[in-house]
Design a protein. Structure first.
Length: 110
């Protein structure tokens, strides 16, 4: 019985270490024509579930209006270049009404 308890504790510890390592990595954006292999969201923006591609970002003179209605000024440090030419929005806990952590924006067309 004692051996089984020690073995179970060891497996649980190993599982927790594995989960912590996995959670510390940023996840990948899905592949697109511009980035066929996808790309990694930076860890500063994403904790494995906070980011996703979105279509509903509007460009206004005061900044980008994200799906939650929050306005992110174009000069804000949270605004980043999108490697695949799509909008990607990273929010606290990945919630649709969460505060913006990062907003990846495509190059502006003139």
């Amino acid at each position: 019985m004692r051996r089984e308890t020690i073995a179970l504790a060891g497996m649980l510890s190993a599982g927790l270490v594995f989960a912590a390592v996995q959670a510390s990595r940023a996840h990948d954006a899905l592949p697109t024509a511009a980035q066929p292999n996808g790309w990694k969201y930076p860890f500063a923006c994403c904790s494995n579930f906070d980011c996703r591609a979105v279509d509903a970002v509007k460009e206004r003179p005061e900044g980008y209006v994200v799906p939650s209605g929050e306005i992110v000024p174009m000069t804000d440090k949270r605004v980043r270049h999108s490697p695949d030419g799509l909008f990607h929005w990273c929010t606290v806990a990945g919630k649709d009404d969460g505060k913006t952590i990062c907003l990846f924006v495509p190059p502006r067309s003139f």
